[in-house]
Design a protein around this ligand. Structure first.
Ligand code: NAP
Length: 255
Protein backbone atom coordinates (compact mmCIF):
# COMPACT_ATOMS: atom_id res chain seq x y z
CA UNK A 1 0.00 0.00 0.00
CA UNK A 2 1.30 3.47 -0.91
CA UNK A 3 0.09 6.36 1.27
CA UNK A 4 0.62 10.02 0.40
CA UNK A 5 0.70 12.38 3.38
CA UNK A 6 0.24 16.04 2.57
CA UNK A 7 2.34 17.46 5.34
CA UNK A 8 4.04 20.44 6.88
CA UNK A 9 2.76 19.81 10.41
CA UNK A 10 3.80 17.99 13.58
CA UNK A 11 0.91 15.56 13.10
CA UNK A 12 2.00 14.73 9.54
CA UNK A 13 5.47 13.80 10.76
CA UNK A 14 4.01 11.72 13.60
CA UNK A 15 1.72 9.89 11.18
CA UNK A 16 4.62 9.05 8.85
CA UNK A 17 6.42 7.69 11.91
CA UNK A 18 3.37 5.62 12.90
CA UNK A 19 2.96 4.05 9.44
CA UNK A 20 6.59 3.58 8.44
CA UNK A 21 8.07 1.06 7.61
CA UNK A 22 5.01 -1.24 7.47
CA UNK A 23 3.37 0.95 4.87
CA UNK A 24 5.07 2.78 2.02
CA UNK A 25 4.73 6.45 2.92
CA UNK A 26 5.51 9.50 0.83
CA UNK A 27 5.30 12.83 2.64
CA UNK A 28 4.79 15.96 0.59
CA UNK A 29 6.02 19.38 1.68
CA UNK A 30 5.22 22.68 0.02
CA UNK A 31 8.82 23.88 0.25
CA UNK A 32 8.01 27.11 2.11
CA UNK A 33 10.49 26.56 4.96
CA UNK A 34 14.21 26.73 4.16
CA UNK A 35 15.24 23.93 6.54
CA UNK A 36 12.12 21.86 7.27
CA UNK A 37 11.96 19.10 9.87
CA UNK A 38 11.86 16.02 7.66
CA UNK A 39 9.58 13.05 8.34
CA UNK A 40 10.70 9.43 8.04
CA UNK A 41 10.03 7.63 4.75
CA UNK A 42 10.07 9.14 1.28
CA UNK A 43 9.75 12.91 0.96
CA UNK A 44 8.90 15.07 -2.04
CA UNK A 45 8.98 18.86 -2.01
CA UNK A 46 7.04 21.47 -4.02
CA UNK A 47 3.59 22.02 -5.47
CA UNK A 48 1.87 19.48 -7.73
CA UNK A 49 0.45 22.02 -10.15
CA UNK A 50 -3.10 22.31 -8.80
CA UNK A 51 -5.72 19.61 -8.36
CA UNK A 52 -5.12 18.19 -11.85
CA UNK A 53 -1.38 17.91 -11.18
CA UNK A 54 -2.03 16.13 -7.91
CA UNK A 55 -4.52 13.74 -9.55
CA UNK A 56 -1.86 12.88 -12.17
CA UNK A 57 0.71 12.35 -9.41
CA UNK A 58 -1.63 9.99 -7.53
CA UNK A 59 -2.14 7.87 -10.62
CA UNK A 60 1.50 7.90 -11.73
CA UNK A 61 2.74 6.85 -8.29
CA UNK A 62 -0.01 4.27 -7.65
CA UNK A 63 -1.17 5.95 -4.46
CA UNK A 64 -3.78 3.93 -2.54
CA UNK A 65 -4.76 6.53 0.07
CA UNK A 66 -4.17 10.22 0.78
CA UNK A 67 -4.04 11.87 4.18
CA UNK A 68 -4.41 15.62 4.12
CA UNK A 69 -2.39 16.43 7.23
CA UNK A 70 -1.66 20.00 6.19
CA UNK A 71 -2.08 22.91 8.57
CA UNK A 72 -5.77 23.78 9.24
CA UNK A 73 -5.21 27.06 7.36
CA UNK A 74 -3.71 25.48 4.20
CA UNK A 75 -7.05 25.90 2.51
CA UNK A 76 -6.03 25.69 -1.15
CA UNK A 77 -4.10 22.47 -0.69
CA UNK A 78 -7.01 20.87 1.17
CA UNK A 79 -9.48 21.77 -1.58
CA UNK A 80 -7.05 20.57 -4.26
CA UNK A 81 -6.65 17.30 -2.37
CA UNK A 82 -10.42 16.78 -2.26
CA UNK A 83 -10.78 17.41 -6.00
CA UNK A 84 -7.75 15.31 -6.95
CA UNK A 85 -8.75 12.36 -4.77
CA UNK A 86 -12.23 12.37 -6.32
CA UNK A 87 -10.80 12.56 -9.85
CA UNK A 88 -8.25 9.80 -9.29
CA UNK A 89 -10.68 7.69 -7.18
CA UNK A 90 -8.32 7.51 -4.22
CA UNK A 91 -9.70 7.55 -0.65
CA UNK A 92 -8.92 10.73 1.26
CA UNK A 93 -8.89 11.52 4.97
CA UNK A 94 -8.24 14.92 6.57
CA UNK A 95 -6.19 14.90 9.77
CA UNK A 96 -7.05 18.02 11.76
CA UNK A 97 -5.95 18.67 15.32
CA UNK A 98 -8.82 20.16 17.34
CA UNK A 99 -9.04 23.93 17.55
CA UNK A 100 -8.36 25.83 20.78
CA UNK A 101 -11.21 26.47 23.20
CA UNK A 102 -11.31 29.57 25.44
CA UNK A 103 -11.31 29.05 29.22
CA UNK A 104 -12.25 31.35 32.06
CA UNK A 105 -10.15 34.48 32.06
CA UNK A 106 -9.53 34.49 28.32
CA UNK A 107 -10.39 37.70 26.43
CA UNK A 108 -10.78 36.35 22.91
CA UNK A 109 -12.18 38.13 19.88
CA UNK A 110 -12.88 35.90 16.92
CA UNK A 111 -12.47 37.04 13.30
CA UNK A 112 -12.89 35.28 9.97
CA UNK A 113 -9.66 36.38 8.25
CA UNK A 114 -6.34 38.17 8.62
CA UNK A 115 -7.88 41.20 6.87
CA UNK A 116 -10.66 41.28 9.46
CA UNK A 117 -8.04 41.01 12.20
CA UNK A 118 -6.16 44.01 10.82
CA UNK A 119 -9.38 46.03 10.63
CA UNK A 120 -10.22 45.16 14.25
CA UNK A 121 -6.97 46.53 15.75
CA UNK A 122 -8.06 50.19 16.26
CA UNK A 123 -11.30 49.14 17.95
CA UNK A 124 -9.35 47.09 20.46
CA UNK A 125 -7.05 50.04 21.23
CA UNK A 126 -3.98 47.94 20.44
CA UNK A 127 -0.60 49.66 20.22
CA UNK A 128 1.88 46.79 20.61
CA UNK A 129 0.80 43.63 18.78
CA UNK A 130 2.34 40.16 18.96
CA UNK A 131 1.59 38.68 15.55
CA UNK A 132 1.95 34.89 15.30
CA UNK A 133 -0.02 34.28 12.11
CA UNK A 134 3.02 33.42 9.97
CA UNK A 135 5.12 35.43 7.57
CA UNK A 136 2.92 34.67 4.53
CA UNK A 137 -0.01 36.73 5.78
CA UNK A 138 1.82 39.91 6.78
CA UNK A 139 0.53 41.90 3.82
CA UNK A 140 -2.87 42.11 5.51
CA UNK A 141 -1.28 44.27 8.24
CA UNK A 142 0.99 46.33 5.97
CA UNK A 143 -1.00 49.56 6.36
CA UNK A 144 -1.42 49.26 10.15
CA UNK A 145 0.29 51.99 12.20
CA UNK A 146 0.71 49.84 15.34
CA UNK A 147 4.04 48.32 16.44
CA UNK A 148 4.32 44.59 15.68
CA UNK A 149 6.40 41.76 17.06
CA UNK A 150 6.34 39.18 14.25
CA UNK A 151 7.46 35.65 15.06
CA UNK A 152 8.18 33.33 12.15
CA UNK A 153 10.41 30.41 11.19
CA UNK A 154 12.00 32.17 8.21
CA UNK A 155 12.47 35.91 7.67
CA UNK A 156 9.37 37.63 6.25
CA UNK A 157 9.47 39.71 3.08
CA UNK A 158 7.58 42.95 2.38
CA UNK A 159 4.87 44.09 2.30
CA UNK A 160 4.70 44.25 6.10
CA UNK A 161 3.87 46.90 8.71
CA UNK A 162 6.34 49.82 8.87
CA UNK A 163 6.97 49.31 12.61
CA UNK A 164 7.92 45.64 12.78
CA UNK A 165 10.40 43.71 14.90
CA UNK A 166 11.04 40.19 13.63
CA UNK A 167 11.74 37.28 15.93
CA UNK A 168 12.98 34.18 14.11
CA UNK A 169 11.97 31.11 16.08
CA UNK A 170 10.04 27.89 15.74
CA UNK A 171 7.93 25.98 18.25
CA UNK A 172 7.38 24.25 20.54
CA UNK A 173 7.33 27.28 22.83
CA UNK A 174 7.34 27.25 26.64
CA UNK A 175 5.09 29.08 29.07
CA UNK A 176 7.97 30.86 30.85
CA UNK A 177 9.33 31.91 27.45
CA UNK A 178 5.96 33.27 26.30
CA UNK A 179 5.39 35.11 29.59
CA UNK A 180 8.80 36.76 29.29
CA UNK A 181 8.18 37.73 25.66
CA UNK A 182 4.83 39.42 26.39
CA UNK A 183 6.29 41.29 29.32
CA UNK A 184 9.58 42.33 27.66
CA UNK A 185 7.83 43.76 24.63
CA UNK A 186 4.89 45.23 26.60
CA UNK A 187 2.48 43.43 24.26
CA UNK A 188 -1.13 44.63 24.55
CA UNK A 189 -2.70 42.31 21.93
CA UNK A 190 -1.95 38.82 20.61
CA UNK A 191 -3.07 37.89 17.10
CA UNK A 192 -3.13 34.20 16.22
CA UNK A 193 -4.80 31.71 13.93
CA UNK A 194 -6.81 28.97 15.62
CA UNK A 195 -4.07 26.47 14.79
CA UNK A 196 -4.75 24.21 17.76
CA UNK A 197 -2.17 21.83 19.23
CA UNK A 198 0.13 22.01 22.22
CA UNK A 199 3.29 23.31 20.58
CA UNK A 200 2.10 26.91 20.25
CA UNK A 201 -0.59 26.97 22.96
CA UNK A 202 1.49 28.46 25.83
CA UNK A 203 1.11 31.96 24.33
CA UNK A 204 -2.64 31.71 25.06
CA UNK A 205 -2.05 30.97 28.74
CA UNK A 206 0.58 33.71 28.97
CA UNK A 207 -1.90 36.18 27.44
CA UNK A 208 -4.64 35.08 29.85
CA UNK A 209 -2.36 35.53 32.86
CA UNK A 210 -1.26 38.98 31.67
CA UNK A 211 -4.80 40.08 30.84
CA UNK A 212 -3.79 40.54 27.20
CA UNK A 213 -6.68 40.17 24.73
CA UNK A 214 -6.38 37.70 21.85
CA UNK A 215 -7.60 38.20 18.32
CA UNK A 216 -8.14 34.70 16.98
CA UNK A 217 -8.68 33.91 13.31
CA UNK A 218 -11.27 31.17 12.77
CA UNK A 219 -10.42 28.12 10.66
CA UNK A 220 -11.59 27.64 7.09
CA UNK A 221 -13.92 24.63 6.72
CA UNK A 222 -12.70 21.19 5.67
CA UNK A 223 -13.93 20.48 2.11
CA UNK A 224 -17.40 18.97 2.10
CA UNK A 225 -17.62 15.19 2.21
CA UNK A 226 -14.05 14.62 3.39
CA UNK A 227 -13.91 12.47 6.55
CA UNK A 228 -11.90 13.96 9.40
CA UNK A 229 -9.65 12.35 12.02
CA UNK A 230 -8.50 14.46 14.94
CA UNK A 231 -5.60 12.32 16.13
CA UNK A 232 -2.66 10.56 14.54
CA UNK A 233 -3.87 7.25 16.02
CA UNK A 234 -7.27 7.65 14.36
CA UNK A 235 -5.64 8.41 11.00
CA UNK A 236 -3.29 5.44 11.31
CA UNK A 237 -6.27 3.18 12.09
CA UNK A 238 -8.05 4.49 8.97
CA UNK A 239 -5.02 3.57 6.84
CA UNK A 240 -4.81 0.18 8.54
CA UNK A 241 -8.48 -0.49 7.74
CA UNK A 242 -7.91 0.41 4.07
CA UNK A 243 -4.87 -1.85 3.99
CA UNK A 244 -6.76 -4.77 5.54
CA UNK A 245 -9.65 -4.32 3.10
CA UNK A 246 -7.18 -4.37 0.19
CA UNK A 247 -5.37 -7.45 1.48
CA UNK A 248 -8.67 -9.29 1.91
CA UNK A 249 -9.61 -8.55 -1.67
CA UNK A 250 -6.09 -9.41 -2.77
CA UNK A 251 -5.99 -6.21 -4.76
CA UNK A 252 -5.08 -2.58 -4.36
CA UNK A 253 -7.30 -0.64 -1.96
CA UNK A 254 -8.28 1.80 -4.71
CA UNK A 255 -12.02 1.61 -5.38
P1 NAP B 1 -2.03 26.60 0.63
O1 NAP B 1 -2.19 28.07 0.53
O2 NAP B 1 -3.20 25.78 0.98
O3 NAP B 1 -1.42 26.00 -0.71
C1 NAP B 1 -0.91 26.79 -1.78
C2 NAP B 1 -0.20 25.87 -2.72
O4 NAP B 1 1.00 25.37 -2.13
C3 NAP B 1 -0.98 24.62 -3.08
O5 NAP B 1 -1.91 24.89 -4.09
C4 NAP B 1 0.13 23.68 -3.49
O6 NAP B 1 0.64 24.03 -4.78
C5 NAP B 1 1.23 24.02 -2.51
N1 NAP B 1 1.21 23.18 -1.32
C6 NAP B 1 0.67 23.43 -0.12
N2 NAP B 1 0.88 22.44 0.74
C7 NAP B 1 1.58 21.52 0.06
C8 NAP B 1 2.11 20.25 0.41
N3 NAP B 1 2.00 19.74 1.65
N4 NAP B 1 2.79 19.56 -0.56
C9 NAP B 1 2.93 20.06 -1.79
N5 NAP B 1 2.46 21.26 -2.19
C10 NAP B 1 1.80 21.98 -1.26
O7 NAP B 1 -0.84 26.29 1.67
P2 NAP B 1 -0.11 27.23 2.73
O8 NAP B 1 -1.12 27.73 3.71
O9 NAP B 1 0.77 28.18 2.00
O10 NAP B 1 0.79 26.15 3.48
C11 NAP B 1 1.91 25.58 2.83
C12 NAP B 1 2.45 24.46 3.69
O11 NAP B 1 2.84 24.99 4.97
C13 NAP B 1 1.44 23.36 3.96
O12 NAP B 1 2.11 22.13 3.75
C14 NAP B 1 1.03 23.53 5.40
O13 NAP B 1 0.78 22.31 6.04
C15 NAP B 1 2.23 24.24 6.01
N6 NAP B 1 1.85 25.20 7.05
C16 NAP B 1 0.93 26.17 6.80
C17 NAP B 1 0.58 27.05 7.81
C18 NAP B 1 -0.48 28.11 7.58
O14 NAP B 1 -0.77 28.86 8.53
N7 NAP B 1 -1.09 28.20 6.41
C19 NAP B 1 1.18 26.95 9.08
C20 NAP B 1 2.13 25.94 9.30
C21 NAP B 1 2.47 25.08 8.28
P3 NAP B 1 0.11 23.29 -6.13
O15 NAP B 1 -1.23 23.88 -6.39
O16 NAP B 1 1.14 23.64 -7.14
O17 NAP B 1 0.04 21.82 -5.84
Amino acid sequence: MHVLILGGTTEARALAEALHPWTRVTSSLAGRVARPRLPVGEVRVGGFGGAEGLADWLRAHHVDAVIDATHPFARTMSFNAARAAATAHVPLLALRRPGWVPVEGDRWHSVASLEEAAAALPGLGAERVFLTTGRMGLAAFAACPQWFLVRSVDAPAPPMPARTEVLLDRGPFTLPGERALLSRHRVDLLVTKDSGGAATAPKLQAAREAGVPVLIVRRPPVPEGVPVATTVEEAAAWVQAKDTAGTRRGVSTRP
